[in-house]
Ligand binder design. Sequence first.
Ligand SMILES: [Cu+2]
Length: 170
Amino acid sequence: MSRRLACFGAAFAFLVPALAVAHEYEAGSITVAHPWARATPGGATIGAAYAEIKAKDGAADTLVSASSPAAGRVEIHTHSMDGGVMKMRQIENLAIPGGGSAVMKPSGDHIMLFDLKAPLKEGDMVPITFVFEKAGPVTVEATVEPVGAKGPHGMDHQPGVEGHEGHGHH
Ligand SMILES: [Cu+2]
C-alpha cells in the first residue's frame, strides 16, 4: 500500500511561517485531509481531533477505529440531540461515502482522545492512526490548533464553548 503525503503550499511555509500548511494523507482510495486537534487547557486529559475523510468514487469505506500514541484510548464520537440537549456519544464506526466525504468537526463527528499522556499544545503534531475497513490503517499527523478553534489552520478563530457534556460518563 503506497502512502503519499501531499503538502500543498509547503513552499510558502518558509515565507509565512505563521500560515499553517494544508496537509492530506492518501492511502488507496481514502484521503484524510487536514487532520487537526484542539489544544487542551491546563491538566485536561481528554482531547478531540477532526479531519475530512474522502473516498474515491465507487470506493465507499468505513472508519472502524482509531488510535494514537499520545492517548491511552481513542474513540469515534458523534453529537446528537437528546431531549433538546446536545450530547456526545461513542459510535462504532463512521461511513465514508464513495465519491464523497465525512467531515469531522466540532459539534459533529469527531475523534476523542482519552488519557492524554501530555497536554496538546498549539503547534504540536499528534500522530493518529485511522483504521478503515477496506483501506486499512492510515497514519496522519494532526496539527494542534488553539483551544476553542472551530476549524483547522486558523480558518476560524472564534472563541467558543464546545459542549463536552457527557464526557467521563461512558
Ligand atoms: Cu467526544
